[in-house]
Design a protein around this ligand. Structure first.
Ligand SMILES: *Cc1c(COP(=O)(O)O)cnc(C)c1O
Length: 360
C-alpha cells in the first residue's frame, strides 16, 4: 500500500487509520461469522449490538440526557433542512434562522415551504466572513426555534460559543460535531451528516428532544416523521448499516483518545498552528474574521489567484491534498477535522513558509 498522504478534504474527509484497517477486515468477515458486516441482516444480534454500542458511546461522549433520542437516518444533512420544519412548523408558525452561509441559506429555503421564516441575521454581504454575536440580532417572540449552523464549512467560520436564547435551539453541526464540548440541554435538535467529523457518508445523526416527536402534522409521510424512527430504534426500514458501524469505530477511537474534551484541546492546537502561520505574514490572508474563526476549516487567500493555483498544485505534489477552496469563496481551505493528524498541519505550515520565501 502506498504511504498515506495528508487529506485536507472538506468532506468526505480523512478517517483514523486504525478505523480504516478494522473496517477493511470486518467487511470480509465480521465477528468470525464467516460473512462480512455489510452482508448481515440489520436485525441480526451482531448488527444490533453494533448500533446499540454506537448510540451508547455517542451518548457518553456528548453527555446526551435520557430525554433525547438518537436517530441514525439517511438522506444526508440536506434532508434535515426540510425534515425539521416539516415536523415543527405549519400554518401560521414562525422560525428564526441565522444566515451564516450556504448551508444556512438552503435550510431557510426549505423552512419557507412549511412556515414563516424570520432571518434575524445575515453575513452574506461580507461573503459570510463572520458569525453574529447574541447582541447582533433579536429573535421574534413568536418563533418556535432559533436555527443556526455551528461551523460554516465553506467559509471557515464557527460560533465561538453557542448562541444564548429564550428559544429552543436547533443546530446543524455537520462539520464540528464531537470537536468541542457544549451543553446540549438548550437544544431541541442537533444533527450532523457523518462524513465530516464522524465517519463515512450515508448516515445522518439526529439528536432530538423527546417532547418534539409528537409535534408532526398527521398527514406527514411516515418516513419524514421523527417519531417513526424514534419508535423503531432507527430500524423502521433498513438503516445505513456500514456507515453506522464505522461511526461506531470512530467513537471508540475518540473515547480512547480521551473523549471530546481531549479532542477539543488538540483541535485548538492544530488550528492555532495554521492561524499563527497566516497571521505572521501579509502573504497569506485569512477569510474569517477574528472571533469567528473555525477550528475545523481554515480558509485563506494568497496575493493572486495565480499564486493560489500554483500553491495548490505544489502542495498536492507533496502529498498535501484537497486544499482548494470552495468555488464560492476561492482561495484555499484546509479542513482539519478530528481525525486529521497534527503532523499534517505541521507539514502544511512548513510548506507555506517555504512557498512564501520562493514567491514573495
Ligand atoms: C456538508 C454539509 C452539509 C450537507 O451535507 P449532506 O450530507 O451532503 O446533505 C450540511 N451542513 C453543513 C454544515 C455541511 O458542512
Amino acid at each position: 500500500m502506498p504511504e498515506r498522504i495528508y487529506n485536507f478534504s472538506a468532506g468526505p474527509s480523512t478517517l483514523p487509520e486504525e478505523v480504516l484497517a478494522q473496517a477493511a477486515k470486518d467487511i470480509v468477515n465480521f465477528n468470525n461469522k464467516g460473512m462480512g458486516l455489510i452482508e448481515m441482516s440489520h436485525r441480526s444480534k451482531d448488527f444490533i449490538a453494533v448500533a446499540d454500542e454506537c448510540e451508547a458511546n455517542l451518548r457518553e461522549l456528548m453527555k446526551i440526557p435520557a430525554n433525547y433520542k438518537v436517530l441514525f437516518l439517511q438522506g444526508g444533512a440536506s434532508t434535515q433542512f426540510a425534515m425539521i420544519p416539516m415536523n415543527l412548523l405549519g400554518e401560521g408558525k414562525t422560525a428564526t434562522y441565522l444566515n451564516t452561509g450556504v448551508w444556512a441559506k438552503k435550510s431557510i429555503k426549505e423552512a419557507k415551504l412549511f412556515g414563516k421564516v424570520q432571518v434575524a441575521y445575515t453575513s452574506e454581504e461580507s461573503t459570510f466572513n463572520h458569525v453574529p454575536k447574541d447582541s447582533d440580532y433579536t429573535v421574534d417572540p413568536a418563533s418556535e426555534y432559533l436555527y443556526f449552523v455551528t461551523n460554516n464549512t465553506i467559509y471557515g467560520t464557527q460560533f465561538p460559543s453557542m448562541p444564548k436564547s429564550e428559544k429552543m435551539l436547533i443546530a446543524d453541526m455537520s462539520s464540528d460535531i464531537l470537536s468541542r464540548e457544549f451543553d446540549i440541554t438548550p437544544f431541541g435538535i442537533v444533527y450532523a451528516g457523518a462524513q465530516k467529523n464522524m465517519g463515512p457518508a450515508g448516515v445522518t445523526v439526529v439528536i432530538i428532544r423527546e417532547d418534539l416527536l409528537d409535534r408532526a402534522p398527521e398527514n406527514l409521510p411516515t418516513m419524514f416523521k421523527y417519531k417513526t424512527h424514534a419508535d423503531n430504534g432507527s430500524m423502521f426500514n433498513t438503516p445505513p448499516c456500514f456507515s453506522i458501524y464505522v461511526v461506531g469505530l470512530v467513537l471508540k477511537w475518540l473515547k480512547k483518545l480521551g473523549g471530546v474534551a481531549a479532542m477539543e484541546k488538540i483541535n485548538k492546537e492544530k488550528a492555532a498552528l495554521l492561524y499563527n502561520a497566516i497571521d505572521s505574514t501579509d502573504f497569506y490572508r485569512g477569510h474569517a474574521k477574528e472571533g469567528s474563526r473555525s477550528n475545523m476549516n481554515i480558509t485563506f487567500n494568497l496575493p493572486t489567484p495565480e499564486l493560489e493555483a500554483q500553491f495548490i498544485k505544489e502542495a498536492t505534489a507533496l502529498g498535501l491534498d484537497g486544499l482548494k477552496g470552495h468555488r464560492s469563496v476561492g482561495g484555499c481551505r484546509a479542513s482539519i477535522y478530528n481525525a486529521f493528524p497534527k503532523a499534517g498541519v505541521e507539514a502544511l505550515v512548513a510548506f507555506m513558509k517555504e512557498f512564501e520565501k520562493k514567491n514573495s
